[in-house]
Design a protein around this ligand. Structure first.
Ligand SMILES: Nc1nc2c(c(=O)[nH]1)N[C@H]1C(S)=C(S)[C@@H](COP(=O)(O)O)O[C@H]1N2
Ligand SMILES: [Mo]
Length: 384
């Protein structure tokens, strides 16, 4: 174990030490906690507990999910260089020998092992998810969700165990004690090295953020070098995650009808839908994978379609796509969204009929919801 890069004294640096670990820990901790909070929001929206109709899920602000999920992905990306720097700052301690000196030390190291493993798995799965790349046999969302709880639990143990060290090094003034063992020159060198490390870390975080945030922050579009999704596909400013060709819905059957069930079920063709009173609303598509963009949608308010089928306000519905299979073939719409005046069965985007990639002939668009739930190629609406 104690050879090569693992020998004690490997990669020695004066910039290491509790103060460095505390400063980096604060940044990383803040990024991870923001990830956790915004991730819980996303999870609750995608997997609402309890009966869908009974829930007061938020429909306001309409761009709410755009902000929380944009932050989630931005903080996750920023956490990658932060986690690297944090691991580097404590590197020799990760391979300490003997592995445990006391019960407390054993607990401390077990929590660190769980924390490091969970955070690395979380950042890895999240990063690959932004690339729509799933090279693993386990379900992404459940794994990402439960790993997050593991990471937060291990983080709380870590913070509790380290509380005295954190308290002692929280403020800069207390961190360079005049302990007589270091000369003023050595102390200045240490402070310089630490400053350089923190500046390099901050620069890496800044670079990662500036070159990816454009996928959800309009003002930063020009700098968006590394974000995987580009607007402009499918003939609009919105990116496309799953094209009609990929979903097998490129050729919509000539007999396509929208079916709405309820006390007075009915079917309507596209011309009949276009003849109904239309509403236009600017609403974003906010993808879980971190990109988002506004669209100007025109279509029939969903609640008008539901009233016509005899479904009263407060009804939750299931929206079904023409897509033969795939995880987003159906989406359940809790009552707050179904009743919202700007929830549309959209027929047009930016004044033009929907293109196949954006969901022709009809798609759902609802405020403050993850993109995965904005079902394209809609063919049925059923009460839940
Ligand atoms: N039927 C169906 N609807 C779907 C999807 C899908 O795979 N199948 N993808 C969803 C996802 S993940 C997103 S982000 C949005 C993207 O909408 P857009 O392609 O119009 O930008 O559509 C959603 N609607
Ligand atoms: Mo998405």
């Amino acid at each position: 174990m104690r050879r090569g890069p693992f020998r004690s004294g490997a990669f020695h640096s004066p910039a290491r030490g509790p103060r460095t670990a505390v400063v980096l820990g604060r940044w990383l901790g803040a990024a991870l906690l923001l990830c956790f909070g915004t991730g819980l929001v996303s999870h609750l929206l995608q997997d609402p507990p309890g009966p869908p109709a009974a829930l007061g899920l938020p429909t306001r602000p309409v761009w709410g999910y755009r902000v929380t999920q944009g932050l989630h992905v931005a903080c996750g990306l920023a956490a990658v260089p932060l986690a690297g720097a944090k691991l580097w700052s404590v590197y020799p301690r990760l391979f300490e020998w003997p592995p445990a000196r006391s019960g407390r030390h054993a607990l401390e190291r077990a929590a660190v092992a769980a924390l490091v493993a969970a955070v690395l798995l979380e950042l890895f799965t999240g990063l690959l998810n932004t690339l729509q790349w799933y090279p693993w046999p386990f379900p992404f969302r459940q794994t990402h969700y439960w790993t997050a709880w593991t990471a937060v639990g291990a983080l709380l143990v870590h913070l509790a165990v380290k509380a005295p060290v954190i308290a002692a090094h929280w403020r800069r003034a207390q961190t360079v004690p005049a302990n007589g063992r270091r000369t003023d020159g050595q102390r200045a060198l240490l402070a310089d090295e630490r400053r350089a490390l923190l500046a390099a870390t901050a620069a890496a975080v800044g670079a990662v953020t500036l070159t990816t945030a454009g996928q959800s922050v309009p003002g930063l579009r020009a700098l968006d070098l590394f974000a995987p999704r580009r607007p402009g596909a499918g003939g609009s400013a919105l990116p496309v995650n799953r094209t009609a060709a990929q979903a097998g819905t490129a050729a919509v059957p000539a007999h396509w009808r929208l079916t709405v069930t309820g006390p007075t079920p009915y079917r309507l063709d596209l011309a009949a839908l276009r003849a109904l009173p239309q509403t236009t609303a600017v609403l974003p598509i906010a993808c879980v994978e971190g990109w988002s963009a506004d669209g100007r949608w025109t279509g029939v308010p969903l609640r008008d379609l539901l009233r016509r089928a005899g479904l009263p306000p407060g009804s939750a519905v299931r929206i079904t796509s023409l897509e033969a299979d795939g995880p987003y073939r159906t989406a359940d719409l809790p009552a707050p969204y179904a009743d919202h005046p700007r929830t549309l069965l959209a027929l047009a985007l930016d004044g033009r009929p929907l293109t196949p990639d954006h969901g022709f002939p009809a798609r759902l668009i609802a405020p403050d919801r993850p993109g995965v739930l904005q079902t394209k190629w809609v063919t049925r609406i059923d009460p839940l």
